[in-house]
Design a protein around this ligand. Sequence first.
Ligand SMILES: Cc1cc2nc3c(=O)[nH]c(=O)nc-3n(C[C@H](O)[C@H](O)[C@H](O)COP(=O)(O)O)c2cc1C
Length: 199
Amino acid sequence: MGLDVFKERKTIRKFKDTKIEREKVLSLIEAAIQAPSAHNFQPWEFILIDEKETKEILSSKMAETWIKNLKKDGKPNSEIEARVKLSKERINNAPFIIIPCFDTSKVEKYGDSRDNAEFIMGIQSVALASENILLKATELGYGVLWLCAPLFCPDEVRSVLEIPENIFPQEILIVGVPDEDPEKPKRRNIDKLIHFNRW
Ligand SMILES: Cc1cc2nc3c(=O)[nH]c(=O)nc-3n(C[C@H](O)[C@H](O)[C@H](O)COP(=O)(O)O)c2cc1C
């Protein structure tokens, strides 16, 4: 895996209607679990969804919370309908879904402010595993869309997927064969973001 994979990786939001074999997805998970993790606790779990009915129930349940939040924000009904429709379609039509989760029972507990640092380390570890999925997918010619939505409705995701209370679903990764070739968003100039020796 060369630098090209890092440069080639970009978010894909449109996918071909091509089935993604479970075996291929397992190779993405193999890549994920090569990530480093704090204390080598490997606090990750992965829910893999390729069942139409599950996708539909999940998208509908998540939409309920989103509609409530958008109404609270005072968004007009037409905007709410359009945004929720797009979001549901994305999930319902997803060729394959991976939900990386953080198992909070696997991290160190001190009963003081260090618990917050341990919690963050758990999230960081799962994020690193997730990035490995994105990079491996790029190498295999797949595209991925990262949806942050589960962070806003963890209980709904838990209830649909029967996830225990101590498990935090971090994001939805939609994996599929790209049906678009968008321009990758420009990166900030490296000179503007590095700080040698001092801020
Ligand atoms: C933590 C995180 C959350 C994201 N959530 C969403 C999302 O909910 N919807 C979406 O369309 N893209 C989402 N993205 C994708 C970003 O919009 C995308 O990575 C960014 O615009 C840079 O584009 P690139 O991935 O093509 O380099 C998310 C990415 C990350 C890392």
